[in-house]
Design a protein around this ligand. Sequence first.
Ligand code: FE2
Length: 371
Amino acid sequence: MSAPKEAPPRRSPLAVVDFDHIEFYVGNAKQAAHFYRTAFGFDLVAYCGPETGVRDRVSYALQHDAIRLVVTGALTADHPIAEHVRRHGDGARAVAFRSTDVTADFEQAVARGARAVSEPVTLADAQGAAQVAEIAAYGDTIHRFVGRDGYAGAFLPGFEPRAVKAPQTGFLHRIDHVVANVGWNEMETWVKFYEDIFGFFQFRHFDEKDISTEYTALRSKVMASPSLAIKLPINEPAEGKKRSQIEEYVDFYGSPGVQHVAIATPNIIQAVAQLRANGVELQSVPASYYDTVAERVGDIAEDLSALRDLNILIDRDDQGYLLQIFTKPLQDRPTVFFEIIQRKGSESFGKGNFKALFEAIESDQAARGTL
Ligand code: FE2
């Protein structure tokens, strides 16, 4: 890992300030919404579908503190959403950013070389007005600019409010980072995309010396907005003894796409205990991981035995430490998953845990016969 190559620019040419939401295209939005509600504690806050005058699809907007997820399914076989699901399985279609000037951001992005997907539109209802525009990113993934400063409704105009509380909530907080997996030798193309289009800077990078196990290897660069509110790691496969897990992802997903969404929690011990009680499948590491962790990370505020019981990983850098765990894939294909992360001063990504985590992923890969 290396420090940033250059000082952050003073400001991005775009007015994006944070993540806004992630939209998944799924085979069955009703069941997906139920899964995210009961397993991950998202409230259902808004809905659109035939009952609200939308004829071709259904969307459920879910919220857990500052995290918004939308799950969307097609109602007809020939719909582009159905084609997306046929090609990729359930997956992240849109990584949306909140913007204070959607039209200017869209025009700037296109002028800087982004491919337009949908022109800026203003959507309005009794709760106010919001702006939306979209540009293409890696694979079939898009970035959506959302301007919601003038909107007081539950999600966006066109959705009807729903107030269905999750059984338990309050243990997750915000989107910390969203990771892309791209193909062989494509990482630099996307690094340049976020530099040129968004004015983001290279916050960290990791090579195969940092991220390799006996079998698999990958490279990663982390692009970040000047404020660090938006962090976008980009992974590409590297040569190893066996197939890189990044290559496995791209093969199953059918293209580059979102590998994981990292969700920050204020209390990872409480969050992971709740997720386990809710039946969420989580990656585990060998018990031997904890034999050496105390000397590697030094003093931490949490009870190490509680972390070990829940299989939570710990890493430290010169600014502090972090606690993290990965879920297993969230759908049938071994593609997108969540990371749960609690930062205690560290802004890094758990480099010291990569080997343990990737070995856990590899043992699943071997069980699928794709290592
Ligand atoms: Fe991550």
